[in-house]
Design a protein around this ligand. Structure first.
Ligand code: GDP
Ligand code: GDP
Length: 452
């Protein structure tokens, strides 16, 4: 199930991007950029309690100016709103109500999405409620005083936001697995596609994807259907003149974004290249499952040791994907092509896996017993209170700790290794979010106290 989206709306300079960054907490956590013409919409992952969602900044919304690119931004905001479960309308508490605010409010009142009104720049908690009170006039319910810069009030805001998110469903049972075949030109992608289509006879039919020229092909094998994403892209170069250096990375990125599992095809004769590393990085960033397909294995001169040496080399060059399985195939002779889909099944299954909180905490307790969390020179020791899985695809686990700063990279990697050793997760990336519990609780109690 895709993550619910929360759209941030408001005129320019009220502090929308400051608030987005505050809510995202992990500053570099951009999920993906939708390539827009003038302004990209940027989604960031955010979570509160045990809920995870995406926050999207819609760009500044202006109604009273029809200059050149404003209609476009407005369109973007409207598009963002149609996919959102809730919207946060940000206004400037220091400036008070402006005409633009009133116009945006009038428009928002006509939309079906629930709207929360955040009155930003209320650093002073005492003055905050007075500053915010003025915004009752917008007719959007209770104004919530916040400060994007200092963070106060955002806990209250988030408490209300998650009320509007759709309930978390159990593991989604989809009947098809979406597969993206990606790789450099000439590694054998279309040969592999043909092999799939040839061997798995039950071809349903080509089905058009989201854009006009992205054609998906659906094949069936042992009762499982596979949607091969953007097969037109895989075959395209046959009809169009591209230079030898043409890579089509954007197209590959889009296919990865739509897939459950990416087949990263590597030419055994060339080995892993920089372009393969780029694709590998993207697969990890998007949290997709992956199988490393080493093609043209028929063309390699080999002895009994070759495959091990080769695998070691591939892994060393693609350390991002140390969780992915490798398979050595020949699209030309068909050798092991069938087996790829077994690995795809595992990868898709693991990517959607949900682990109970009880099991997660067993692993954590065990891990901490073998290897206690680090202590600073000042004698402060890291403590993991508990963990819980907040989403799938990829499996994402929030760890509530006393202070995330106390946990360095090596301990974090250790915990991830423990999860993998105990729970598997073969073929999928996993995400661990380290979250300080104290700060948030303190902030909430401050807000509660000042409200009464
Ligand atoms: P956007 O155009 O709505 O995305 O606004 P920005 O996030 O870029 O912020 C606009 C200006 O308001 C910047 O100078 C920010 O530093 C300032 N700002 C943002 N949030 C706050 C806040 O909570 N308090 C104060 N005093 N200024 C803020
Ligand atoms: P794409 O650009 O990634 O779609 O690559 P193609 O499927 O068009 O293959 C490029 C070239 O590699 C063609 O000449 C294929 O015949 C050849 N090729 C593809 N798969 C194999 C294979 O498994 N073994 C060998 N020896 N050649 C292959």
């Amino acid at each position: 199930m895709p993550l619910p989206v929360v759209a941030i709306i408001g005129r320019p300079n009220v502090g929308k991007s400051t608030i987005v960054n505050r809510l995202a907490q992990v500053q570099d956590a951009i999920v993906y950029d939708e390539p827009g013409v003038t302004r990209d919409r940027t989604y960031k992952r955010s979570y509160w309690g045990d809920r995870e969602f995406l926050v999207v900044d819609t760009g500044g919304l202006v109604f009273d100016d029809d200059s050149e690119f404003l209609p476009h931004i407005r369109e973007q905001a409207m598009a963002a709103l149609t996919e959102a479960s809730a919207a946060i309308f940000v206004v400037d508490g220091q400036q008070g109500v402006t005409t633009s605010d009133e116009e945006i409010a009038a428009w928002l009142r006509q939309q079906s999405v629930p709207v929360l009104l955040a009155v930003n720049k209320c650093e002073s908690v005492e003055q905050g409620y007075t500053q915010a009170a003025e915004f009752w006039s917008l007719g959007l319910g209770e104004p919530i005083p916040v400060s994007g810069i200092h963070g106060n009030g955002t806990g209250d805001l988030l408490d209300q936001v998650i009320e509007f998110l759709p309930p978390v469903s159990e593991v989604e049972e989809t009947d098809e697995i979406r597969v993206a075949i990606v790789g450099r030109p000439n590694v054998g992608k279309s040969s592999l596609l043909n092999a799939f289509v040839g061997e798995n006879r039950a071809i349903v039919s080509p089905i058009s994807g989201t854009t006009r020229d992205a054609i998906d092909m659906v094949v069936e094998r042992e009762g499982q259907t596979y949607r091969l994403i953007d097969t037109a892209g895989i075959r395209k170069k046959k009809n169009v003149e591209y230079g030898p250096e043409f890579f089509g990375i954007n197209r590959a990125f889009k296919a990865i974004a739509r897939a459950d599992v990416a087949l990263l095809v590597i030419d055994a004769l060339d080995g892993v290249t920089e372009q393969d590393q780029k694709l590998a990085g993207r697969v990890t960033d998007e949290g997709r499952g992956c199988v490393l397909v080493i093609n043209k294995w028929d063309a390699i001169e080999k002895d009994s040791q070759t495959i091990y040496d080769y695998e070691r080399e591939v892994r060393a060059r693609l350390h991002y994907l140390d969780w992915a399985e490798t398979i050595f195939i020949s699209a030309l002779t068909g050798q092991r092509v069938e087996k790829i889909l077994d690995l795809v099944n595992t990868s898709a299954e693991q990517n959607k896996r949900r682990i109970s909180t009880a099991v997660i905490n067993e692993v954590l307790e065990d891990a901490a017993r073998w290897h206690t969390p680090p202590t600073t020179r000042g004698g402060r020791q890291g403590k993991i209170y508990y963990g819980t899985q907040v989403s799938t695809a990829p499996p994402t686990i929030v760890l509530f700790v006393n202070d995330p700063e106390l946990f360095g990279d090596s301990y974090r990697r250790y915990i991830e290794r423990q999860f993998r050793e105990s729970l598997g997760f073969t073929g999928t990336p996993i995400r661990l979010l380290w979250r300080g519990k104290k700060v948030r609780d303190m902030e909430r109690s401050v807000n509660r106290a000042t409200k009464v």
